[in-house]
Design a protein around this ligand. Structure first.
Ligand code: NAD
Length: 371
């Protein structure tokens, strides 16, 4: 039976979630909610479901709701996630929260702990690795074809102009770390997906907030160096501003393993794989030519295709009764990205000092995984 879903926060992204639920057979969109009446009403008309102007009234009126998407924003694009997510969990609902999971890591810790206590699903829209190239790269890893991590490099950002990314006038961008917090959940999530937990990092930032004047090129630069628990190092460069990225476009991820190297270009578009030629007599010398990669193109260029993929995965995991802490892109996974973000802030505030991120909450055993 389809899971009954509701969306709280009917801005652009709330409408995207509602569309994904409408188009997925595992879901039935049953309600939309926004504190701004016009937004709730417009979405209600578009999707043919009732509008609510208060989340609690919606949850009281429609006890049959299974899942609430929290697509509110707030400062750093996440300060208004905590309360609606806590309310939904308190009413016994599963929650899919937008990223960053919260604007403050203390809220995120409480939210994840509360979902655990209530034994409910808490997922986050860490959609950047719900793509064809990431799925194929993960399969290569699982098949042992990549080998032990040597290094990874993730380069990601937007060349956002004043028009596309409103600066000081917007209530979203008021803290010194707006860009870092609003955006870096994504690259951290991708790096952790392929490389595992980060045990130490070091950050050099410049303008980690946003554009301060119309003329400001607003190059929010986050240059972060990481060490992973299972070995290997990683480097993240994330910028938002008027500069263009060169090779790999707005989103590239290169992962060098002991057996092969892969790279994802433009998030959804291409996967390249380089395999060493062990029978090359020149191997290990300066004369060795870099082998040409095997490249797969996915015929996709639209980043928004990641939303139905990620939301579909959440619906599948709940439908399949995956143990609640083990779903893809869980609340705990999102908390990890915020712990790294706060570790990066601490490093930056201490001149680039090495910082060990706070430990994540323990995973609990699930009997179905053991027997
Ligand atoms: N995953 C992605 O790729 C991606 C991309 C862009 C944005 N986002 C995230 O999506 C979220 C929403 O972004 P947006 O641009 O649509 O924001 P928005 O501000 O345009 O829309 C948020 C809506 O939530 C409503 N709202 C706020 N508090 C509410 C509450 N308690 N109850 C009901 N409604 C409430 C507001 O009135 C507003 O209409 C942000 O957290 C952002 O970080 C994610």
């Amino acid at each position: 039976m389809a899971l009954k879903t509701a969306v709280v926060g009917m801005g652009g992204i709330g409408n995207t979630h509602a569309t994904c639920y409408k188009n997925n057979d595992l879901a039935e969109l049953v309600a939309v909610c926004d504190i701004v009446k016009e937004k709730a009403d417009a979405a209600a008309e578009k999707f043919g479901v009732p509008a609510f102007y208060s989340e609690e009234e919606m949850l009281k009126a429609m006890p049959e709701i299974d899942i609430v998407s929290v697509t509110t924003s707030g400062y750093d694009n996440g300060s208004m996630h905590f309360e609606p997510a806590m309310i939904a969990l308190d009413y016994g609902k599963n929650v899919l929260v937008e990223k960053p999971i919260c604007a403050d890591v203390r809220d995120a810790r409480e939210l994840v702990a509360f979902a655990n206590k209530k034994k409910l699903y808490l997922g986050c829209d860490l959609n950047h690795y719900f793509t064809g190239p990431a799925a194929d790269a993960k399969q290569l890893q699982k098949d042992g074809k990549v080998g032990e991590l040597v290094y990874c490099i993730h380069k990601v950002g937007f060349n956002g102009t004043q028009d596309s990314y409103k600066g000081p006038g917007s209530p979203r961008w008021q803290t010194p770390y707006s860009h870092l917090k609003a955006f870096c959940a994504h690259p951290f999530s991708v790096m952790r997906y392929f490389c595992g937990d980060v045990v130490a990092l070091q950050a050099f930032l410049d303008k980690p907030g946003v554009r301060q004047t119309a003329e400001d090129p607003m190059l929010s630069i986050n240059s972060i160096h990481m060490k992973f628990a299972n070995g290997g190092t990683g480097y993240l460069i994330s910028q938002r501003g008027d500069a263009m990225f060169g090779y790999g476009g707005w989103w590239s991820y290169e992962h060098c393993g002991a057996k092969s190297t892969f790279a994802i270009e433009n998030c959804v578009e291409k996967l390249h794989v380089w395999e060493p030629k062990n029978n090359d007599p020149e191997r290990g010398t300066m004369n060795q030519a870099t082998p040409a990669p095997v490249t797969k193109e996915y015929g996709v260029s639209d980043f928004s295709s990641t939303f139905p993929n990620r939301i579909g995965a959440f619906l599948e995991d709940i439908t399949n009764k995956v143990p609640y802490e083990h779903i893809r892109a869980s609340g705990r996974d999102a908390l990890a990205t915020l712990e790294y973000t706060f570790a990066a802030i601490k490093s930056y505030e201490n001149g680039g000092a090495l910082v060990v991120p706070e430990a994540l909450p323990p995973m609990h055993g699930d009997i179905s995984l053991v027997y």
